[in-house]
Design a protein around this ligand. Structure first.
Ligand code: FES
Length: 123
């Protein structure tokens, strides 16, 4: 017999997974002073409420296995086949706009090596 699962309502219409280890390695890496973690800045720019009351979940995760140099790996769960690598000091406002409207992503699903993105494994 299948266990009875409890359900919890959420307002999330999507989830964005941000590598917390990348952010830690950059010592933040974003914002005016370059010390704000990407997930925190995204939540601020998007004006997200906390927890399940937000319309979009932005969650810091453990290492996603991409490990880009001087950048943060990010997955928009609405587009799981195309992960993003966000360089330090990138325009987070523009990224937030893309995450608000995922249909406007530039068509650029590429191999990190082809895109010239250095990862720990490629060096
Ligand atoms: S440290 Fe961020 S993907 Fe590995």
């Amino acid at each position: 017999m299948a266990p009875q699962l409890k359900r919890v309502r959420s307002d999330w219409q999507g989830a964005v997974l941000v590598c917390g280890k990348c952010s830690k390695k950059l010592d933040g890496g974003f914002g005016k002073k370059g010390r704000t973690p990407l997930a925190k800045l995204l939540r601020k720019i998007l004006g997200l409420k906390t927890g399940r009351k937000a319309h979009l979940g932005v969650v810091e995760t453990r290492c996603l296995g991409v490990c880009p140099r001087d950048a943060v790996a990010l997955v928009d769960a609405r587009r799981p086949g195309e992960w993003l690598v966000v360089p330090r000091h990138a325009d987070v406002a523009e990224l937030a706009a893309q995450l608000e409207r995922p249909q406007i992503y530039p068509p650029a699903a590429v191999d990190p090596a082809e895109a010239g993105i250095q990862t720990r494994k490629s060096v």
